[in-house]
Design a protein around this ligand. Structure first.
Ligand SMILES: NC(=O)c1ccc[n+]([C@@H]2O[C@H](COP(=O)([O-])OP(=O)(O)OC[C@H]3O[C@@H](n4cnc5c(N)ncnc54)[C@H](OP(=O)(O)O)[C@@H]3O)[C@@H](O)[C@H]2O)c1
Length: 419
């Protein structure tokens, strides 16, 4: 149990302590209280005020009204939508600053919270809601505030990145998931992670920051890693590709496209080398070419360090909440290169028939791998970029051939390498 006051008995300077109300005392909240007790002296030394915890709320202790009344800032590490949303709106409307690590809340009710913060002229910081300790929110809001961003790619879910890294070592999806659960990288119910929904929430937040347009979690198309086959990773290796769960937010045709999909990368892409439970985000702009940030995406102490960084940012007058949004149309039919995996009967003319149909739909082939397996064969191809609607139409036609043994598998491919 920690003291809900200055770790060393109070502020040594004349300035009054900076009072923090801590909502939630689990993995991140507990680590935050510990980190604060270690760092409060240093923060006071350069800031002039000492941050102290004036009250803690969990399900079994603390009184929200009392904590709110005594706090300059509320740290929300409860998670979920309610009661976190209600608490944060009440805090902002009461003129209190807020720091939150809550991606679900920000990706579904961000505009409501930003508006309340703007209206009451208080700070709302949320670095830990995206990519844990990786300071991508700050970089987008401040360092790149004057840079027109074209595209963001992110590995923003450490659980799935760990599972895919293990699958690349030869484990099946089930074995890799079991290993992630054994080590503690995956929850007993991993559905939010493996379905891509967690990454989608983070990409909605990043898209809002990078492009100034409101993006709700429901606007993000996402696909998870549950249906991936280990042999896709194997064939792709022969084509020089590695597999990641990639979130993409990009300007397309005057609008904005935000999606999360399993995606192949060539070895020269900055995200290709991010393995294990790490997170990384690549920002592309004509002005800066490419910039990549990477680091631990989760963990109590790592996340707490981002939360405490936000507290210090507020104490030093850091960035205001995002400006009111400018709505961009959401574009869903975007072009990409694709990996195709066809399970076919090993009979003459298969490749010619497939390439004819693909060609009729403007799908051109960049590389092909063929494998004979008794009377069956595998045809693995990577296409040049093509509109997704054209690719889907072509695959539907190919799958109607009698020689096709199973529905063709398709996975996006990022062509850029930046080498
Ligand atoms: N863990 C990570 O590595 C990580 C990384 C990045 C972001 N985050 C985000 O950080 C937030 C907290 O995650 P966590 O892992 O620390 O969660 P956690 O370990 O489950 O802790 C949640 C805390 O919130 C309290 N709480 C839950 N419902 C409450 C309610 N209705 N009223 C008051 N208190 C309530 C819990 O109280 P009890 O103690 O009474 O149960 C507990 O203290 C989430 O938004 C999560 O997405 C976590």
């Amino acid at each position: 149990m920690f003291a809900e006051q200055a770790p060393h008995g109070g502020s040594s300077s004349d300035a009054p302590p900076f009072q923090l109300g801590l909502l939630g005392h689990g993995t991140v909240g507990g680590a935050f209280a510990q980190l604060l007790s270690e760092r409060a002296d240093e923060i006071e030394r350069f800031n002039g005020r000492r941050p102290v915890i004036c009250g803690v709320l969990t399900r079994s202790r603390g009184d929200f009204e009392q904590i709110l009344a005594g706090a300059d800032l509320l740290v929300e590490v409860i998670g979920g939508i309610e009661p976190a949303r209600d608490y944060l709106l009440r805090a902002l409307r009461a003129g209190k600053h807020v720091v939150s690590a809550n991606k679900q809340l920000l990706s579904q009710h961000g505009e409501e919270l930003f508006e309340a913060a703007r209206e009451h002229d208080v700070r709302l910081r949320f670095e830990a809601a995206v990519a844990g300790a990786v300071p991508v929110v700050r970089v987008l809001e401040e360092s790149l505030a004057a840079t027109p961003i074209d595209r963001i790619h992110g590995i923003v879910n450490g659980t799935t990145n760990f599972i895919l890294s293990e699958m690349t070592r030869g484990l099946s999806y089930a074995e890799a998931l079991a290993e992630a659960q054994r080590i503690g990288y995956a929850e007993a119910d991993p559905s939010d992670d493996v379905s891509g929904r967690d990454a989608a929430a983070k990409m909605a937040i990043l898209a809002r920051l990078a492009f100034g347009s409101p993006v709700h979690l429901d606007d993000v198309r996402y696909e998870g890693i549950e249906r991936l086959h280990a042999d896709d990773l194997e064939y792709a290796r022969e084509l020089g590709l590695g597999l990641k769960l990639i979130g993409t937010a990009e300007r397309r045709d005057g609008g904005l496209s935000v999606h999360v999909h399993p995606t192949f990368l060539y070895g020269g892409h900055p995200l290709a080398s991010i393995s294990g439970p790490f997170n990384a985000v690549t920002v592309e702009s004509e002005t800066i070419t490419e910039l990549t940030l990477s680091g631990p995406g989760a963990g109590g102490r790592q996340t707490a360090s981002a939360v405490l960084g936000d507290v210090v940012s507020v104490m030093t007058g850091g960035a205001r909440p995002p400006a009111p949004p400018l709505a961009l149309a959401l574009v869903s039919d975007v072009s990409s290169a694709f990996y195709l995996h066809l399970d076919v009967e090993d009979v003459p003319g298969v490749l010619a028939s497939v390439t004819r149909v693909l060609g009729e739909h403007d799908v051109s082939i960049k590389s092909v791998v063929q494998r004979g397996l008794a009377e069956r064969a595998r045809l693995v191809m990577v296409t040049h970029p093509v509109l997704e609607s054209s690719l889907r139409a072509a695959v539907a036609e190919v799958d109607a051939f009698d020689f096709i043994r199973a529905p063709t598998r398709t996975i996006r491919v990022i062509e850029e390498e930046f080498t």
